[in-house]
Design a protein around this ligand. Structure first.
Ligand code: HEC
Ligand code: HEC
Length: 387
């Protein structure tokens, strides 16, 4: 089986040129105004009232950090600026959970006033780049380098989502990374990411609006994952064992390097909620129209234990020994409802993205059937999935 090599992303240098020329502010930073207001309000209080248990090594989750930028990102996970009274930080500051006056009713009231002052004093003028933020991790110094040799090697990097919320403990968000170009006089150095996905978790997750930040900044041009909007669930596998989640998109993402060493990567999400496993409404149509095409293409020859010996990655990333209903759910998680043609189940087996063998011999018919089924399913995520 011949695998197509990953094709370099065209337009990369053209994009850079136009970005430099643009007057629009390209990078969104952690928001200096919001951070300055945070330091004067909420940060001052948590340093005195909450550090005992919420500084590193304390009994509670860590959010009182000496690095104010890191503390700012961490604390924002507990704040809902849309409705401050819903903020976990304000509720906790006044619910007596610490059995001290540090978090009695008066403390709760004070926290609510400070949250409002944080918002009014600067946060309200920040451009939002997401609602939930991972901790920042240092770019590994041993990332494989693609250019000039065109080496197709990647290294997985991952963020532990327990920094965001307790119910996400154990779940990780990962991407594969490489240094796309070490940089030349003409073009700056850049990282390339692919295969964003959850892994190691046990619960289905509604995920939307993914942005990878370099040193806390979001590059508006590096927005390939911003449109992710789906429910993603750990695979169901007979006998258990594999907990890999579906790949969220087959698109690559290029990000400029800021420092020669020590760039920090973090991830912002608009939505990250535990929900029910998605179920197909149109499983009947899926069985009747889609399954025969999959049988003809013999997906199972690689995507079941039968193919494991030669191509272990196929079953590890998509185990297809499933009931028809389970397979329908697995398929729907690999579709893209905003741009159907960008669905992973189209781009990989029909177009050879991410080095997948092209196994669909009649792509037009496949696209037609899939689009009919997808539109019958409707946009299931925002409407029908509740937590
Ligand atoms: C004496 C220790 C102690 C102090 C002081 C303390 N906490 Fe906590 N806090 C904990 C522990 C332990 C937990 C984790 C167990 C739990 O959820 O109650 C926790 C959990 C939390 C959580 C996480 C809730 C979640 O759902 O993930 C928040 C937010 C919080 N505390 C806020 C505060 C704030 C704000 C203050 C200061 C005004 C404070 N705490 C002071 C011990 C403390
Ligand atoms: C000749 C072997 C082979 C056949 C046949 C095959 N695949 Fe794959 N498939 C692979 C391999 C290998 C991977 C893992 C690629 C990777 O991620 O590096 C994969 C990965 C995938 C993924 C990504 C899964 C994820 O979430 O990461 C999808 C989707 C997929 N295949 C769909 C299909 C469909 C649909 C068919 C049938 C129409 C099919 N494949 C047939 C080898 C095969």
């Amino acid at each position: 089986m011949i695998f197509r090599t990953f094709v370099a992303v065209a337009l990369f240098s053209a994009t850079l040129v136009s970005a430099n020329a643009a007057s629009l502010k390209r990078f969104v930073d952690p928001c200096e105004g919001g951070k300055a207001a945070f330091e004067k309000t909420v940060y001052a209080k948590i340093k005195t009232d909450c550090a005992e248990c919420h500084a590193p090594g304390g009994r509670g989750p860590t959010f009182v950090l000496a690095d104010t930028a890191a503390a700012y990102m961490r604390v924002k996970n507990y704040v809902d600026f849309v409705d401050l009274s819903r903020s976990v930080l304000g509720i906790r500051a006044g619910n007596n959970h610490c059995l001290k006056e540090n978090c009695n009713e008066a403390s709760g009231k004070e926290m609510k006033t400070l949250l409002q002052a944080w918002w009014d004093g600067g946060e309200s003028s920040c451009k939002t780049v997401g609602k939930y933020f991972t901790a920042a991790i240092t770019a590994p110094s041993d990332l494989p380098v693609y250019l000039p040799e065109k080496v197709d090697a990647w290294k997985r990097i991952e963020w532990d989502l327990s920094a965001i919320r307790d119910d996400l403990a154990g779940t990780k968000f990962s991407v594969e990374a490489q240094v796309y170009s070490p940089g030349t006089d003409a073009a700056p150095a850049a990282y390339r990411f692919r295969k964003p996905r959850m892994h190691q978790g046990f619960d289905p997750i509604r995920i939307a609006g993914v942005r990878i930040l370099v040193n806390g900044k979001f590059d508006r041009l590096a927005n390939a994952y911003e449109s992710i909007d789906t429910v993603t669930a750990p695979q169901e596998v007979a006998g258990g064992g594999i907990l890999e989640f579906p790949v969220l998109t087959s698109q690559p993402l290029l990000l400029l390097q800021e420092k020669k060493a020590g760039d920090m990567f973090s991830v912002a999400f608009d939505e990250l909620t535990i929900v029910d496993r998605p179920k197909c409404k149109e499983a009947g149509m899926f069985k009747e129209k889609v399954l025969p095409i999959l049988a003809k293409a013999d997906c199972a020859s690689c995507h079941t234990t039968a193919g494991t010996a030669t191509l272990p990655a196929a079953r590890a990333s998509f185990a297809m020994e499933l009931t028809d209903d389970q397979l329908c759910s697995a398929f729907i998680q690999r579709t893209n409802h905003t741009s159907p043609l960008r669905s992973v189940v189209i781009e990989m087996p029909a177009r050879g993205k991410l080095g997948h063998p092209i196994v669909i011999t009649e792509p037009a018919a496949y696209l037609d059937v899939l689009q009919t089924w997808m539109s019958a399913e409707g946009y299931l995520f925002s409407k029908d999935v509740t937590n």
